[in-house]
Design a binder for this molecule. Structure first.
Ligand code: ADP
Length: 541
């Protein structure tokens, strides 16, 4: 009995210890001399005594129930869980003389079971996260759900932030804590004190792309590495885990978990789980982004098709009506019924509408050329004045119809440019100035200095809201409604690409209702590599 690894204890009928073997003494830290004569209850936790007593009573009464698990208090550490197997020894009269308990310390097994349960919960969280990620393409909802589950499982607090489009700031997208008031407080703090990507402890994770685990967060780290505004945010946090969100090695955000005081420090196992989740979340975000882009592209295409068909139909309808009218007049009175002035008018209409159609179709062709990287430049000595004159002649009719005058101020400016493309730039800018500044004068200025030429087109029309100014140079982008102004939204895109292919730039200064100034800046000698078709084509891409 003394030498076995199992715990063996013998009790008398009133549950006083009679024998207490070495294993019992080792587990409880109480030697046999001290334990003998003492009721066994002194080493059983108070909340388990009633249960244990009931088991013994049942045994004494001759029933079953000898096997049960009870903790033993220990002087040297936390209570140990012991699995007991009990039996009674009776005297000759059949009365209970002793109770004998044999036990095995199963504390390790219980811990293993607990770990297993924790692992099962975490696997469940992973599976759920994958399900959520796969089911929803709206990534904000997805991240909210993930952050909430993370906070519940390995939190206690969870925060997900994404880099702003310019990469300068961290934008919170999900802030969770099992206690709603803590979550609300944290949201308020984050909103009031935005964090730069280069600041604080997260900067380390964003830079390295590696997970950061701080099992025991010291007040020194908090003081040195956190923004002072975040101190109330981190109150009570004792352990920290920050994993990067990355796609193709590009870090675009992070997930942070914060454990409150009283909880165990984060383990390597927690770290692995979070990394796995961060990886899945990153994929989900990327999917959502691509999906959003694809949707926007489909919408833009549909909108473009509807605008383009409308734009193409307008001149065709005008042409058809003019010809139908002519046929009607001629069928009523023969060829004589068509006075020369009338014929001239119809031919004028047909010509104008034909030109309009041609312009639309060439714009579409240009766009597909640019898109395929085939905008080849034919560079030659070109006079900017010539290009401007061509353009003015092109928009003469439109200007007259709109009631606008075009005033030109120029100084000689010669350079190596593509003559036709350059007059296309001037024509597009002038035609916009006339279209969006109808009835008001348009001013064109050009010249050259220090190896650079400039062309400025100024109108006093409807102007452009600053918020739209960056997008009007993109394909199909318009800042006006198609109901009020016709157009495909391609003119400025083509201007920008042609100017850039020459190594120059174009910009706009404007505000709503205050007219617009479009300025083109061109090197007189395009940089090396643009002189010659293949390289110029590549530059236009
Ligand atoms: P389109 O004129 O066919 O719409 P553009 O690419 O030439 O296409 O211009 C894009 C948008 O920029 C226009 O839809 C209009 O909203 C705005 N815009 C261009 N030029 C002017 C201007 N001179 N004044 C005001 N808005 C302009």
């Amino acid at each position: 009995m003394e030498h076995t690894g199992a715990l063996v204890v013998v009790l008398d009928r009133s549950a006083r210890v009679v024998r207490w073997n070495a294993a019992c003494a080792r587990v409880t830290g109480v030697p046999a001399e001290e334990m003998c004569g003492t009721p066994i209850w002194t080493v059983v936790p108070a909340d388990e005594r009633d249960g244990a007593r009931a088991v013994l009573d049942q045994l004494v009464a001759g029933g079953r129930g000898g096997d049960h698990e009870v903790h033993l208090l220990s002087r040297t550490g936390p209570a140990r869980l012991v699995a007991w197997s009990n039996c009674v020894l009776r005297d000759e009269a059949g009365e209970v003389a002793y109770l004998v308990g044999t036990g095995i310390d199963v504390t390790g097994r219980a811990e293993a079971e607990q770990a297993q349960r924790r692992q099962a919960r975490q696997l469940e969280a992973l599976a759920e996260a994958s399900r959520v990620f796969a089911s929803g393409l709206d990534y904000r909802t997805t991240l909210d759900t993930v952050a909430r589950r993370l906070a519940e499982l390995i939190g206690d607090g969870a925060l997900i932030r994404i880099l702003s489009p310019d990469g300068g700031w961290l934008v919170p997208v999900a802030v969770e804590h099992p206690a709603p008031e803590r979550a609300a407080l944290r949201r308020r703090i984050l909103a009031a004190a935005p964090q730069r990507a280069t600041e604080g402890i997260t900067a380390r994770v964003l830079d390295s792309g590696r997970t950061l685990r701080i099992p025991a967060l010291s007040s020194e780290t908090i003081r040195n590495e956190m923004k002072p505004e975040y101190l109330p945010y981190l109150e009570g946090v004792t352990s920290l885990l920050i994993a990067p969100l990355a796609q193709r090695r590009q870090v675009f955000g992070h997930i942070t978990l914060m454990r409150d005081a009283g909880g165990a420090p984060y383990t390597a196992e927690d770290e692995a789980l979070l990394e796995d989740l961060a990886h899945r979340a990153a994929q989900a975000i990327e999917n959502a982004r691509l999906y959003g882009e694809a949707q926007a592209a489909v919408m833009a295409r549909d909108e473009f098709l509807s605008i383009a068909s409308h734009e193409l139909r307008t001149p065709l309808t005008a042409l058809r009506l003019a010809l139908e009218n002519m046929r009607r007049v001629s069928s009523r009175g023969g060829a004589d019924a068509l006075p020369p002035a009338y014929v001239e008018r119809v031919l004028g209409t047909a010509e104008r509408q034909g030109q309009r159609l041609e312009k639309l179709v060439s714009a579409l062709l240009d766009v597909s050329r640019i898109h395929m990287g085939k905008l080849d430049l034919d560079l030659e000595e070109t006079d900017l004045e010539q290009a401007v004159q061509d353009a003015v002649a092109q928009v003469e009719d439109e200007a007259a119809q709109a009631g606008s005058t075009v005033v030109v101020h120029g100084a000689p400016a010669v350079g190596r440019w593509d003559r036709l493309r350059l007059s296309q730039v001037a024509t597009n800018l002038l035609s916009n100035a006339v279209k969006y500044g109808a009835g008001k004068p348009v001013e064109v200025t050009y010249g050259a200095a220090d190896g650079r030429a400039f062309l400025v087109v100024k109108d006093s029309g409807i102007g452009i809201d600053p918020a739209s100014q960056h997008q009007i140079f993109e394909r199909f982008e318009r800042a006006v409604s198609s109901r009020n102004y016709g157009g495909l939204g391609l003119g400025l895109y083509i201007v920008k690409r042609i100017v850039e292919a020459h190594g120059g730039s174009v910009r706009v200064e404007s505000s709503s209702g205050a007219g617009s100034v479009f300025s083109v800046d061109l090197p007189q000698r395009p940089p090396a590599g643009r002189d010659g078709a293949p390289a110029a084509g590549a530059a236009a891409r």
